[in-house]
Structures are given as C-alpha cells and as structure tokens.
Design a protein around this ligand. Structure first.
Ligand SMILES: NC(=O)c1ccc[n+]([C@@H]2O[C@H](COP(=O)([O-])OP(=O)(O)OC[C@H]3O[C@@H](n4cnc5c(N)ncnc54)[C@H](O)[C@@H]3O)[C@@H](O)[C@H]2O)c1
Ligand SMILES: [Zn+2]
Length: 382
C-alpha cells in the first residue's frame, strides 16, 4: 500500500509521488486518512526556495481527515473519528504547552521551540498533502469534529488560518468596538478581518493590491484599501478620520512597495507604526525569518528589519508577534462554525485532487486566476 504526497522538487517545483503509508511510531500516534489538506502562503516560502527547504520535503501543515489506525496509548480517539490537526505539533507536557503556548512546545523539535507538519526547521513531521499522515501525541493534537462531510471547507481552516487570523487580532490587543486595519488580504488577512467583524470591531480596513482579494474583504463588511493607488496610511487616516486603534500585519517579510514589484520587508511595519493611534497595538502574525537568502538587502537577509523604533516608543505602542497557538482557539472557533455563526470558507477559491497540485502551486504562487485558498482532497472528492 502507498500514499500519494505533494513534495518539494526544487525551486518553484513540486511533484506528486507515491511513498509508503506512514505507520505508528509511538503508542501516542494515530494515522489519519486525509480528506482535505490546504495549501498555505507559508508553503510558498519553501516552494520558492526562500526558506531553505530541502527537496523531498512533503508539504502540508493544514490537515484533516478520519482516524484510520490508533496507537495503543491513545485514549480519546477511535478509528472513524473525523479530526482536524493544528499545524503546530505539540507534546502537551512542556511548560509552554501547559501555558497554552503550543506553537512554542519545547518537546517536539530539539533545539527549536515549536514543531509543525511538512515544514522546514519545524521537526521531522511529514506533511499532510498526502493520502495518510502520522499524528504524534494524537490525544493532544487532534480536535474532534462532528462526523460526516458537512462544513469540511470551514473545518479545514481551523488547522491554521482561521485561528491565525483570530490570533493576529488578539496580538494587537483588540477590544470590541475598536477600529482595526489589516495589511494583506491573503487568507490570513481575510481571516483577521473576518475575526474582527465577528468580534465587534466598529470599522475594519483591509489593505492589499489584488482586486479579487480586496473584493472578498469588502464582501464581509471591511473597507478595502488599494495600496497600488497611493499611501495606505493616508487612505486609512482619511477614511477613518484619524488613526486606528489596532493594526495587524498579515503580509510578512515579502511585503512589496506601492509599485508592487520591489520587496521592502519593513514597509508594512512602518505603515502600522504610522497608522496606529498612541497607546494602540500592533499584532504581527505575518512571518519574518532569521535568515533569507532572497532578501533585497544585507540586513534583512539576516532577519534584521529596520523599524522606526523611536516613533513606536514615542507613541507608547505595544507590539506582539509569533506563530499561532492554534489549540488556544480551535475549540471555540469550531463551535462557532457548528453553531452557524462563522463560515470562514468564503476564502476558499479552488478544490482539487492531488494530481493537480503542481498547477495549483504555480497559479497560487503567481496569485492569478483568483487563487486564494486551495483545498486538496488527496483521497478523491468527498
Ligand atoms: N503566525 C502564524 O502562525 C502564521 C500562520 C500562517 C501564515 N502566516 C504568515 O502570514 C502571512 C500571510 O499569509 P497568507 O497565506 O495570507 O499569504 P499571502 O501571500 O497569500 O498574502 C499576503 C498578501 O499581502 C499582500 N501584500 C504584499 N505587500 C503588501 C503591502 N505592502 N501592503 C499590503 N498588502 C501587501 C499581497 O498582495 C498578498 O495578497 C505570511 O507571512 C504567512 O507566512 C503566519
Ligand atoms: Zn498555513
């Protein structure tokens, strides 16, 4: 028996290959037959060769499916359970896990805080863009879902982007009734905007330059800001009648300038410092890396991002960043979906079989033809 997987084959290349089905390696493992795995903007960093991923790595940190085999130490899961896994692999028994900081688990990835499936530097965990995936510490890492196939496109977003968007808003210190501006209308930015709407923001601005993405933001009640038409900050200040309470960076280190071609890794953070009111807050779920061979200048290649820190100090701004502790949020967000109060699947643009992954990576990377969030069904349509 084999499992078909989406693997990195080199810069801007993925291939789909058959490999042996994963097996139970520890009594705490389960093997999940994957019904849906999503492609993430973070996969593109590896696809493009920006984060030093080796060829042969299996992609896929946003995974859900049905439990197929249960290790003998697992007590909360049974064969046939429908589950979604946080992208974080965590052991549930280190100090950070005890405190809910599962993205910084110290027990799953020696020399590094945090583990993930199918991700460079995040430990030896194969990705789930595959027919089967091994889930370690499964009682802790698998969230049970109602059986069946209902809301599949909503539940898969619990693996990463819905909690990550929600987390970005929390990192900014947001309170109901406040105004907030989100940079980036990719899947994470749209989820941050959607979370702000759900959490009672008085006004939500979303900055991007891709028309379909701005249209999606407008559809959920946010105010689109097109930064190809001029300074995002000026547009926000004018439309809001002043600075906003909170800002979220859902772009990360590959931010581009107004012209849309030149990377400027500090441009979003600089905009946020300008657009946030004194004593407001910046939430930064957007990814920054310690080394980046493709960076536009020597400093940012070493992960040194230049910031107007003096301005940040003068305004008394607070700032928080880091990977999302998915487990901190996924139960409440699952229950919002089950109750019909949240439907994050509006971001899903394409659903494909695994054989079409190569084309999907290419188009998603070029951000063409409306490719925003791609769901792969590795075992065929549901
Ligand atoms: N913290 C976490 O746990 C976590 C989890 C998932 C993803 N991420 C990171 O979040 C970021 C967003 O992910 P995504 O999948 O939505 O990515 P994406 O690449 O699909 O979206 C980024 C968007 O930013 C826009 N953009 C570029 N420059 C801009 C600028 N100057 N101003 C405003 N918008 C600009 C792009 O047009 C694009 O639409 C990435 O850095 C990703 O790695 C972090
Ligand atoms: Zn992701």
């Amino acid at each position: 028996m084999s499992s078909t997987e989406t693997m990195r084959a080199g810069p801007f290349k993925v291939k789909v290959e058959d490999v042996p089905i994963p097996t139970i390696e520890s009594p705490n493992d389960v093997i999940v037959k994957v019904t849906t795995a999503a492609i993430c903007g973070s996969d593109l960093h590896m696809y493009e060769g920006r984060t030093g991923a080796q060829a042969g790595i299996t992609f896929g940190h946003e995974n859900m499916g049905v439990v197929e085999t249960v290790g003998e130490g697992v007590t909360l899961l049974s064969k046939g359970d429908r589950v979604v896994m946080p992208f974080n692999v965590a052991d549930g028994r280190c100090t950070n896990c005890f405190k809910g900081k599962t993205a910084f688990c110290t027990g799953v990835n020696p020399g590094f805080a945090g583990g993930a499936y199918g991700y460079v530097a995040m430990g030896p965990y194969r990705g789930g863009q595959a027919q089967y995936i091994r889930v370690p510490f499964a009682d802790f890492n698998a969230l049970k879902l109602p059986p069946g196939t209902e809301n599949e496109a909503d539940f898969i977003l619990l693996a990463d982007i819905f909690p990550t968007g929600w987390h970005g808003v929390s990192l900014s210190g947001f309170q109901p009734g406040e105004t907030i501006a989100v940079w980036g209308a990719g899947p994470v930015g749209l989820m941050a905007a959607y979370s702000s709407v759900l959490r009672g923001a008085s006004k939500v601005f979303v900055v991007d330059r891709v028309p379909e993405r701005l249209a999606a933001a407008e559809k959920i009640g946010a105010i689109p800001i097109d930064f190809s038409k001029g300074s995002a900050v000026d547009q926000i200040l004018e439309k809001n009648g002043g600075m906003v309470d909170r800002t979220v960076d859902a772009v990360g280190y590959q931010a581009v300038d107004t012209g849309g071609k030149t990377e400027q890794p500090n441009i979003v953070l600089e905009d946020m410092i300008k657009a946030t009111r004194p004593c407001g807050g910046l939430g930064i779920p957007g990814l920054y890396v310690p080394t980046d061979p493709g960076a536009p200048d020597e400093n940012s290649a070493k992960g040194r991002i230049s910031l107007s820190f003096g301005k940040l100090f003068e305004k008394g701004l607070s700032l928080a960043t880091g990977q999302c502790n998915v487990k901190q949020y996924n139960v409440q967000l699952r229950d919002l979906i089950i109750a019909g109060k949240a439907k994050p699947s509006f971001v899903v643009s394409h659903e494909i079989g695994i054989e079409d992954a190569e084309v999907a990576y290419d188009k998603f990377d070029k951000r063409i033809e409306g490719y925003t969030k791609v769901l792969i069904h590795p075992n065929g349509p549901l």
